[in-house]
Write a protein of this length. Sequence first.
Length: 78
Amino acid sequence: MSTQTLTVDVSGMTCGHCVRAVTEELTAIPGVTDVEVDLVADGVSHVTFTSTHPVADDAVAAAITEAGYAIAPPRSLL
């Protein structure tokens, strides 16, 4: 069985409670086996998750939204 690891940027996270909320919502997605959060308080946190099969982008977005946060838009270097 192969695994897939993806990272998304999430805005609005500020503390351990935020990390728990996002982790709980993402691990509720079928196939997600691990979630790691690089918390940047009042900034854009990096959330990396591993799954046993591909996870739809809309499922990830819905989980982040359900936790009360938002996927951060990509930043331009210009």
